[in-house]
Structures are given as C-alpha cells and as structure tokens.
Write a protein that binds this ligand. Structure first.
Ligand code: SDX
Length: 428
C-alpha cells in the first residue's frame, strides 16, 4: 500500500499518493490535486518539482554522487569509454564485446554527411556562433532523413536515427569549427576511434597529417564521459518537452543544443575562461572579483560555481580538476589561469558567502582549462559539452517516448488584468 500525504486548505483535507524511488527519494504525486481541490502548485525554475521518473541517471546533490544506470561516474571515467557509456545510457546495460563492436562499427561507418551540408554550412557567416550553426545542422538531419519525423517509427527505425546522429555529430562539430576559421573541411575516417576521428577532423590541415596524441584523445574521451548525462537539467528537460509533442529526435536534440547554449548552463564553460582571463589581465586580484560575485548590485557571478542540485562538490569537477593537472603535465603545457582557478576555488571554499550558499566548483569550472590544453578554442567549448551530452539527450528522449509520457504543458498563476472592455482608439 503506497504512502499518502495529506494537504489541508480552506477547511478541507486532500490526500495525494507518495512516490518512492529506488534510492528512497520521496515525492508527492500531485496529478490529482487540481481535480480534488482546484489547487495547482507554483515552483519557479522547478527547484522542488520532479517532471518525470527516470531510470537513467541518479544524482545525490548533498553527497556529491553521480551514477549512470547505477554505475558510479568515478568508475566509468576511469575504466570505460565514451562510446561504451553512450551505449549504457541509451540501452540501459553495459554492452557485451559483440554489442560494443557492432555499436562502434555502426558509428564509425556512418560519420559521413551529405555533400549538400557544405552548402548549408556556407550559408553561415564565419562569425556565426558555433552553437547556432550546430543546432541548425542537427535540425537539417530531418531534411536528409525525413523518415526520422515519423512519430510512430519502429524501434529499429528509432535506432537508425540514434546511430546516425551519434555518428554525424562529431562531423557537424568539426565542420562548424573549420567553417569558422575558413579552413578546408576534413572527412570522417572509419579507421579511427571516436575521439581520434573528431580531433583529426578538427585539426588536420592540407599538406600535413595531424598525429593524434593519445594523451589528448584519452583526456577528451574522459571529458565526454563526464558530460554524457545529468538527469533533468535545463537542456535535457528541453529535449524531453520538445519530444513530448511527438517532436522527432533530431528536432528535440536541436532544441536541447539551444538550451545548453545559455551562459547559466553549458555556456558557462566558455564564461569561466573569459572570467579567468579577465582576472589574469586585471592583475590576478581574486579578492576583487570575489567581492563582485557577492555584491547583489553587481550582475557578475563566479562562473563555474554553484549548482541547482549539488550542494557539495560536483563529482565531475573533482575528476576534471585532477585530469587538468595530469594533461598539462603530460603535454608539457603550463596555463597561468589554472593557478588562478585553483586560487579562486581556495578563497571561495573558505568564504562565508559561498559556504553559506553551498556554492562549489561545478563541471564547467575546470573543463575549459583542459579543452584549451587540447587546442580547442573557447568558442567551441559549449559545442564540446553538446557532443558529450548527446547520448544523455538521446537516452532521455527515448525513455520519455517508450514510457508514452503525456505532452508537457505546465499550468500558471495569472497575474494580469481582470476582464475589461475594449477601448476605441479615440478614447485611449
Ligand atoms: C551546468 O542542472 C544541471 O545539472 C546543469 C549541469 C549539467 O550537467 O547539465 O550541471 C551543467 O549548467 C552547471 C552550471 C553552470 N553555470 C554556472 O556556472 C553559472 C554560475 N552559476 C549560477 O548562475 C548558479 O549557481 C546556477 C545557475 C548554476 C544555479 O542557480 P540556482 O540553483 O537557480 O541558484 P540561485 O541562482 O537561486 O542562487 C542561490 C544563491 C543566490 O544568492 P541569494 O539570492 O540567496 O543571496 O546563490 C547565489 C545567488 O546569488 N549564487 C551565486 C552563484 N551561484 C549562485 N553567487 C555568485 N556566484 C555564483 N556562481
């Protein structure tokens, strides 16, 4: 017998069921509240509201826990690969050797995109923001694969759509970069692993043969694993609500890319580097910038700090911080802004304002330092986040569709004018 919660209002009492998750999270199921009482709930930014139930990713914000399908992120980052994690998120289990070989082979062999994509790309000014180009290229997949729009597509057809976008996203991302810098495009190679192929498409130039450094491709693979999913964050919720109208996978992912773009979300990894560079150019006075971050009248926020769910260390930030040290040492790169970042973290973790609000470094605080060391330009950082998050978006869209969830349509509290008569122009 499921537990019930009582809500009393206006001299009446109402009962709603309590839903308990597998990690003992408790939630009030208020789906019957309005029909019982006429009441709705209001929760700006859904800070206390669950939009769905999901078996994909588990976060414990108080204890800094992150697991994909039950596997701790620390173990996956250390022992798995991005392609294997993508399979795990999308299909729910770690693949067998045969399953992984087929999954990876399908991805390697489908990286090519229609030659007409060169014409689509050429329509964008080189100064276009890569995230805007990327979301357009993804939406364009519906033009080349119109059957992906079928809301009643067979599971085999959905899998074909999934494999195609997983395989082509690295090509889109690399071509977006090459178009921006005015360099010739590189074709994907089925003879390289996922990260090596992406790096080759990004950095190979005519007349030279770009050699992929295993340190670089391994670091990139780890970063993509760490970004692969994160339950109902802003962009994933956007993917789910777009898909809930029977929107296709490609249009839902494109919507997610645009939500991720915002500086409060995935765009923060770019904003962190810009912030650290400003602090460096300003003489490295971290106290001045901390004071700005705490000043309510100053719009400046410490980018890469704070999180809606984590009220302890973001476990991904811990892993990335260590990886940043390792990669810079292995590549023989020293980056002065890493020391500024560490200094800022040190001061913030001992500052009452940050301690009181439980503001810790999040996934975006150190990731940009590694991307820089890998030679990836700042304006491509959020594209890298999207590349990593793609399997999570796919898994969440697929789960929402398989669970036949209703179209997302929140309620509101109206605060506008009460009824009033139309006023003719000469009376206004
Ligand atoms: C991602 O949701 C996810 O899972 C996202 C993500 C994922 O993997 O998908 O983890 C990826 O988006 C990470 C977050 C990247 N964004 C940033 O680093 C931008 C800087 N951070 C903040 O803007 C903020 O912390 C958010 C947006 C991340 C969270 O905002 P909330 O939960 O809405 O919290 P809030 O804005 O209400 O802040 C609570 C208090 C406020 O102060 P008071 O009004 O209580 O006095 O904390 C303060 C805020 O002013 N605060 C900050 C701060 N973050 C919060 N003050 C200074 N610097 C900051 N970074």
């Amino acid at each position: 017998m499921s537990e019930k919660a009582k809500i009393s209002y206006g001299g009446k009492e109402y009962e709603v069921p309590v839903v308990v998750g597998t990690e003992n999270e408790h939630a009030l199921d208020i789906s019957s509240l309005r029909s019982q009482s006429g009441l709705i709930t209001l929760d700006y930014g859904y800070k206390n509201t669950g939009s769905t139930s999901s078996a994909i990713t588990y976060l414990d914000g108080e204890n800094g826990i992150l697991r994909y399908r039950g596997y701790p992120i620390e173990q996956l980052a250390e022992k798995s690969s991005f392609i294997e994690v993508a399979y795990l998120l999308i299909y729910g289990e770690l693949p067998t050797q045969l399953e992984l070989q087929k999954f990876e082979g399908d991805i390697r062999n489908n990286g090519m995109v229609h030659e007409d994509y060169k014409r689509i790309l050429s329509g964008f000014p080189s100064r276009s923001h890569p995230m805007g180009v990327l979301s357009s290229l993804v939406t364009s997949l519906t033009a080349f694969f119109p059957q992906s729009l079928d809301p009643n597509r067979s599971p085999e057809g959905v899998n074909l759509s999934i494999m195609r976008i997983l395989a082509k996203m690295p090509t889109f991302a690399a071509w977006t970069y090459k178009h921006k810098i005015g360099h010739p495009l590189n074709y994907p190679s089925p003879h390289m692993d996922y990260c090596s192929n992406y790096l080759h498409m990004m950095f190979n130039q005519p007349g030279t043969e770009y050699e992929v450094d295993p340190v670089v491709s391994n670091a990139l693979d780890k970063l993509l694993i760490l970004h692969a999913d994160h339950e109902q964050n802003c962009s994933t919720s956007t993917v789910r609500i777009t898909g809930s109208s029977m929107g296709s996978l490609y249009t839902s992912v494109s919507a997610g890319i645009n939500a991720l773009w915002g500086p409060l979300h995935g765009g923060a990894n770019m904003a962190v580097i810009e912030m650290l560079e400003n602090i460096r150019e300003d003489g490295g006075d971290t106290k001045k910038w901390m004071d700005k971050a705490k000043d309510k009248d100053d719009p400046f926020r410490l980018m890469g700090f704070g999180h809606r769910v984590y009220k302890n260390f973001d476990p991904r930030a811990r892993i990335i911080k260590k990886a940043a040290d390792d990669v810079l040492i292995k590549l023989g790169v020293s980056d002065p802004i890493l020391d500024i970042a560490k200094g800022l973290e040190e001061v913030a973790l001992n500052d009452e304002y940050f301690v009181e609000r439980k503001l810790y470094p999040n996934v975006d605080f150190y990731s940009g330092i590694i991307y820089r060391a890998l030679g990836i330009p700042v304006d491509m950082f959020t594209v890298m986040f999207a590349l990593g998050r793609l399997p999570g978006w796919i898994a969440q869209w697929k789960e929402m569709r398989e669970n036949k969830e209703p179209i997302g349509r929140p309620r509101q509290v109206y605060t506008g004018y009460n009824e009033r008569p139309y006023k003719p122009l000469n009376e206004r």
